[in-house]
Design a protein around this ligand. Structure first.
Ligand SMILES: Cc1ncc(COP(=O)(O)O)c(C=O)c1O
Length: 420
């Protein structure tokens, strides 16, 4: 009896250890630098705490916002929606409206059916689908990524097994664009390289090229035969006007480039969790566009089969109705204007508390983020001493700044930067 119990124990430990060994080599993944900030913020019991980490819009009370146009679209949709699958390429209507925003209402390229476009899982999904497409059809290619960039760009192209190179973008001393470095890198890259460009409101720096600089960049990229891929996650958030924020893309189109674009409705429609976006690739002709679209669908099929329906219907309801579209444009402008107002308020408050440093870049930079120039150690002090949460690269999400916390924030920034 005693012997058989021992045998059972031995057996179970053998089986147990065998089954446990499957994942024994798995180490915990490093925390995501952006999402980890929110976790730490939520765990902090301090009543003074401020979250300027995550790139999601907040109203002047620090609360998440659902746009009125979205509420109204949802009201119209309610009860009329069945739960059938969308086609692999997603909602045709949503994609049609989305292309107009990027390529222009009267785009010849749209009329000529030269654009291969599919609904994507927001901007991230659009970038990932493109990276996989790039790997499948240009397996020898690399991607040139700006320094710095949204951290997830590195993960996306890494997981798609596309080798990465970087190009100069931000100049830490001027806290502006390193145009000379950027131009050199475009010139020195092997002909026919892929370049990842932020169409507007560059994340994390808030630094965009001027119109003249975009023209120059477009010309050089054309001369070198590079492929420009635009990530446009913030259309409308830079200037308050989606049309104006598409300017860089329009310059490239005028210059006759073939381009790719990732579009997202996370920020400009506040549809973060709905995961609505679009990937488009401008082709030489309709026949090529049909082929490219079919291959994009082929990539989507084994990953997620087809995209979610609700957010796409919200978008197509808003953009397909003049009254709702006008309301949306007004609300986008409202969000952008509040952020612009907070930039001015932050700079004024820093000057008021007597900071001797220059904070001009706070108002020069645009979009959701201010790349403050603070060091990781200064950010640590903000968090540890003042309960202010942000990424260690010194990026302040201006969307988290409010009339109520801007004074506190400015004072804390002054405290941690005054000895530099
Ligand atoms: C530059 C950039 N691209 C893409 C995205 C993707 O966002 P989403 O997948 O939520 O559309 C973000 C979000 O922060 C971003 O900043």
């Amino acid at each position: 009896m005693a012997l058989s119990r021992k045998l059972v124990q031995q057996r179970s430990s053998v089986f147990g250890s065998r089954s446990m060994s499957w994942w024994r080599s798995v180490e915990p993944a490093p925390k995501d630098p952006i999402l980890g900030v929110t976790e730490a913020f939520l765990a902090d019991p301090s009543p003074d705490k401020v979250n300027v980490g995550v790139g999601a819009y907040r109203d002047d009370n620090g609360k998440p916002v659902v746009l009125q146009c979205v509420r109204e679209a949802e009201r119209r949709i309610a009860g009329n929606l069945n739960m059938e699958y969308l086609p692999m390429g997603g909602s045709v209507k949503m994609v049609e409206e989305t292309l107009k925003l990027a390529y222009g209402e009267n785009s010849e390229h749209i009329k000529d059916n030269r654009i291969a476009a599919v609904q994507a899982l927001s901007g991230t999904g659009a970038c990932r689908l493109f990276a996989d497409f790039q790997k499948r059809f240009r397996p020898e290619s690399q991607i040139y990524i700006p320094v710095p960039t949204w951290a997830n760009h590195h993960n996306i192209w890494r997981d798609a097994h596309v080798p990465q190179k970087t190009f100069h973008y931000y100049h830490p001393e001027t806290k502006g664009l390193d145009f000379a470095g950027l131009v050199d890198d475009i010139k020195n890259a092997p002909n026919g390289s892929f370049f990842l460009l932020h169409a507007c409101a560059h994340n994390p720096t808030g630094v965009d090229p001027s119109e003249e600089q975009w023209k120059e960049i477009s010309k050089l990229i054309k001369e070198k035969g590079h492929f420009p891929f635009f990530d446009m996650a913030y259309q409308g958030f830079a200037s308050g006007d989606p049309e104006r924020d598409a300017k860089a893309i329009r310059i490239f189109l005028e210059d006759g480039h073939l381009i790719g674009i990732a579009q997202s409705y996370a920020k400009n429609m506040g549809l973060y969790g709905q995961r609505v976006g679009c990937l488009s690739v401008l082709c030489e002709d309709e026949k090529q566009a049909v082929a490219v679209k079919s291959q994009l669908q082929m990539l989507a099929r084994p990953m997620y089969s087809n995209p979610p329906v609700h957010g796409a219907l919200v978008v197509s309801t808003i953009l397909g109705d003049q009254e709702l579209k006008t309301l949306w444009l007004k609300e986008v402008k409202g969000m952008a204007d509040r952020i612009i107002g907070m930039r001015t308020a932050l700079r004024e408050n820093l000057e008021k508390v007597g900071s001797p440093l220059s904070w001009e870049h706070v108002t020069n930079q645009i979009g959701m983020f201010c790349y403050s120039g603070m060091t990781p150690e200064q950010v640590d002090r903000l968090t540890n001493e003042f309960h202010i949460y942000m990424t260690r690269n010194g990026r302040i999400s201006m969307a988290g700044v409010t009339t109520g916390n801007v004074g506190y924030l400015a004072n804390a920034i002054h405290e941690v930067t005054k000895s530099t």
